[in-house]
Design a binder for this molecule. Sequence first.
Ligand code: SF4
Ligand code: SF4
Length: 228
Amino acid sequence: MLHTILPEGLRFGVLFDRLTSVHSIYTRAEEALASFRARNGLSCPAGCGTCCEGFIPDVLPLEASYLAAWLVRNRPERAREMAESDAVLPTGPGCPLYDPNKPEAHCTVYPGRPLICRLFAFSGVRAKGGQASFALCRGMPDLPSPRSGARTWEGPELETLFGPPPLMSDFGAELEGIVPGDGSRRAPLTEALPPAIRQIVFLSELGGRGDPNRDGNDPVLPPLPRAS
Ligand code: SF4
Ligand code: SF4
């Protein structure tokens, strides 16, 4: 499915290799999450999107590039608008990529969203001592017996009642390991996205020239303004 994320001109080179690694980590994280949810019958209440309403994710440069590539490929007009700004403009207190009017599809960039948005509700963290810990989101109701009476579990109890959750810290460390030192370059998604889109457009235009395999079916992003 990576071909539905990347513009045609961006199918080789260093950034392509790195985004392939991002895609692989996202895929494994989502498989682990799906398995954890299915095993435990966990889901968010229908229509809830509270986690996006007061939150803007901090992302690695490669996560911004991955989302930028998806936007350029799949939402070129929107990508152009974002690329013309220094930051994605706020639409309220939370993430500007959230649409409260679409209860079944709140996230307008769902296939390109960053790791924290993929794992948020159904992942664990490492507690003190390194053991896994899992907490129910505040938006979820209490669970029935034998998990009733608590909202956080860790260690052997978590293992017995739920099995191992995907761990945000472990997948996050894998992402940070693609480009050593990238962890210190995290930035709010709203600030990271416009320059990432400009970079994707530049590289995909370079890469697409003279590519004999290019089928010409990619949407064409209207010209972007030059940096002054
Ligand atoms: S990118 Fe999507 S899932 Fe993540 S905070 Fe924004 S709207 Fe929510
Ligand atoms: S993670 Fe929590 S706040 Fe977000 S949609 Fe699920 S229940 Fe609602």
